[in-house]
Design a protein around this ligand. Structure first.
Ligand code: SAH
Length: 374
């Protein structure tokens, strides 16, 4: 597996875009075509060893090896659910940890990627919201998740129609639009047709509603957009998604209307977590249908995924079905109910990381107790 350690002073080569690779090799005195060759080894073949770059001279490979690493983030734990979902806790070069989840379905396989260590948003129903923000992930750490997933799923070199990993969603830990440049740079590499090659439609950026960044996201990344709406009144949304106090529902929906490239063939996905007695009434469903009427939309109804200490309860199944019926019929839009996945492996956002921290804390406490006893 990966060999990155905090003591390794070499830089990751993964995560560099085309322009950066070109500049680097110009600086190293290499001919122009070098960037193209290395790009292909990195992102089309996914090699993890410079020795595998067989069309480069041995001395040049050695020079690369001296300065750079091809390591992926380290795997702390890899948990496979009985339903096929795989969840990883990853350790970054500085010791911080983030989560990544692979969710296979009949017609696709989706990788849920993190953009930050922790999060600043404090959404009340989200477990990551209870962890403080530590830092933004760099392009290497975001793209490294995709590459590591490809390693683990054996995807490199597999024909497109045979691939298990078909979609990327920026729905892991963090708010991607608060880490715009790094997320953009990583996704542009992931969507580059000469490399990893995900189509823009199969990459979705999910935001809690950072309104001032949404237009840039459309212009500069151009992937699909998901918006974590979760409520139909500012009163309720202020409570469960505090970012709403800064960018209320009307402003958020205006930004959606202006999202570059929004049209019927490419709907915006609105995520709506079903919280018993909070946002799941018939009146909410009607308001939701009305709010989204003039936006090409799809509503993902997400049964709340509870975590230890959470203040909410998942809406009952009948309630979710009734809500779905109203949204679909009055809003004339698809409103699928997301099936909870990976419940046996704590796949809900942020849970694995907290468990790992608790363990570490327990370890520390034990060691402290032993030390003071000695
Ligand atoms: N910050 C971004 C992306 C990360 S969260 C955003 O807010 O969109 C990805 C999605 O998971 C969001 O829609 C979020 O609201 C939802 N989510 C978080 N915790 C959840 C839980 N416990 N149950 C169900 N959905 C949850």
């Amino acid at each position: 597996m990966s060999t990155s350690t905090a003591s390794d002073a070499r830089q990751p080569l993964v995560g560099l875009g085309r322009a950066e690779l070109s500049a680097l090799f110009a600086e190293m005195g290499e001919p122009k075509f070098r960037a193209k060759q290395v790009w292909s080894w990195l992102y089309a073949h996914g090699v993890t060893d410079f020795e595998a770059m067989t069309n480069l001279s041995k001395p040049f490979r050695a020079r690369l090896q001296d300065r750079f690493t091809l390591a992926r983030p380290d795997i702390v734990t890899e948990l496979a659910s009985t339903d096929g979902t795989i969840k990883w806790l990853l350790r970054l070069p500085d010791g911080n940890e983030v989560e990544m989840v692979f969710i296979p379905e009949e017609d696709r396989g989706t990788l849920c990627v993190s953009s930050q260590v922790g999060c600043t948003l404090t959404c009340k129903f989200c477990h990551t919201g209870t962890q403080r923000l530590v830092r933004n992930l760099g392009p290497y750490e975001i793209l490294g998740q995709v590459m590591l997933a490809r390693d683990r799923l054996g995807e490199w070199g597999r024909k497109e129609e045979k691939r298990r990993l078909t979609n990327i969603v920026m729905m892991g830990m963090g708010e991607p639009l608060y880490n715009f440049e790094n997320v953009r740079d990583a996704l542009l590499v992931a969507m580059d047709g000469d490399g990893i090659g995900f189509s823009k439609r199969k990459v979705t950026l999910s935001t809690a509603g950072v309104v001032p960044m949404m237009e840039r996201a459309g212009d500069e990344i151009g992937c699909s957009l998901a918006v974590s709406l979760h409520a139909t009144t500012d009163e309720v949304r202020n409570e469960i998604v505090p970012l709403n106090k800064k960018y209320p529902i009307a402003e958020l929906l205006d930004a959606c209307r202006r999202y570059p490239g929004v049209h019927n063939a490419r709907r915006i996905t609105f995520e709506y977590v079903m919280l018993d007695g909070v946002n799941d009434s018939d009146a909410d469903a009607r308001r939701l249908a009305r709010l989204l009427k003039d936006i090409p939309s799809k509503v993902n109804l997400i049964p709340f995924n509870p975590w230890p200490g959470s203040a909410y309860v998942r809406s009952p199944d009948e309630r979710i079905l009734k809500f779905q019926d109203i949204v679909a019929n009055e809003g004339l839009m698809p409103a699928p109910i997301r099936r909870p996945r990976g419940e046996d492996i704590m796949a809900a956002c942020g849970q694995l990381k907290s468990a790992s921290q608790k363990l570490k804390r327990a370890d520390r406490d034990r060691l402290a107790a032993e030390a003071s006893a000695a």
